[in-house]
Design a binder for this molecule. Structure first.
Ligand code: FAD
Length: 260
């Protein structure tokens, strides 16, 4: 999706007035490449002219593609915390078979490469002013912005209760598997619940099916969530939006990001 959030407000005359200069394309250095799962790779990029971002936001990344007259851009959420430093940003890229951009980023990018990026963008954000408890619902690479929120809360010692529901194909496909285990052991305010859709009975997962109404209802009850964030494939996001509101959550407190 070639998303461009507009960083604009309306002036008294009704004209569009730019609050801050729009982000521009810049060449970032790839300083780390980490294989997370068979299909997902972490890229760490040093940003030459960094802008402070908020957890949950994304950058656009564009690359040249054979046969295309112009570079092709895609949106990628930031996985790293903006605090204490935001000059290095981390992305979690899942290879989408047959895709134009993600296979190159996830499988062909190396340390020392340069990537064109522009951002940050997006209103799918959380800061301590919004409070909690939070229910974070994700499938696959939808967990990426939640890593930024969790890492940010840890870095700032916020102790706002967060319950992450994370759907993966199987234990092998859990992005940030070790880090999530360590964070959950370290942080009494963090709970991680896994569901595996293609690995029945694996002990790491509490559920072994796709995210559904019963699952969300159980976790909403247990977490006492006042705010919910949902991120991942559009069908999952739409289902959870409806379910959360049906369960009594104020629609104003349900934030969603669709990776379409
Ligand atoms: C705000 C936002 C944040 C995002 N953050 C992340 C993130 O953190 N991590 C992440 O991995 N992704 C993220 N995404 C998704 C990402 O932007 C891309 O959509 C994804 O990487 C696929 O891009 P692609 O170029 O590889 O695939 P595309 O070229 O867009 O293709 C997508 C799929 O469609 C199929 N396809 C393409 N053309 C056709 C056709 N003509 N007929 C049939 N099928 C076709 C391809 O085979 C492929 O499976 C985010 C999306 C949004 C909107």
């Amino acid at each position: 999706m070639e998303t461009e959030a507009r960083n604009q407000t309306r002036g008294e005359s009704g004209d569009a007035v730019r609050k801050t200069p729009p982000p521009k394309w810049q060449l970032a250095d790839v300083i780390d490449v980490i294989s997370e799962t068979p299909e997902t790779t972490t890229l760490r990029l040093a940003v030459p002219e960094p802008t402070e971002f908020t957890s949950g936001q994304y950058y656009n990344i564009r690359i040249p593609v054979d046969g295309r007259p112009r570079p092709i851009q895609r949106a990628y959420s930031i996985a790293s915390s903006p605090f204490p430093k935001y000059d290095v940003v981390e992305f979690g890229i899942k290879e989408m078979e047959g895709g134009l951009v993600s296979p190159v980023l996830a499988k062909k990018t190396q340390v020392g490469d340069k990537l064109e990026i522009r951002g940050p963008y997006g209103a799918f954000t959380w800061t301590e002013e919004l409070g909690g408890p939070l229910l974070l619902i994700s499938a696959g690479s939808g967990v990426v912005p939640f890593m930024s929120m969790i890492r940010y809360a840890r870095a700032k010692n916020l102790a706002v209760p967060m319950h992450l529901l994370f759907s993966s194909k199987s234990s092998e496909y859990v992005i940030y598997s070790n880090e999530l285990k360590e964070l959950e052991a370290e942080l009494e305010w963090l709970t991680v619940t896994h569901t595996f859709t293609r690995e029945p009975d694996h002990p790491t997962a509490r559920y072994h099916r796709r995210i559904d109404k019963e699952m969300v209802a159980e976790l909403m009850g247990e977490s006492g969530a006042k705010l919910a964030y949902i991120c991942g494939p559009p069908e999952m996001v739409e289902l959870c939006e409806v379910v959360l509101v049906d369960l009594g959550m104020d629609p104003e407190n349900v934030y969603s990001e669709k990776y379409d």
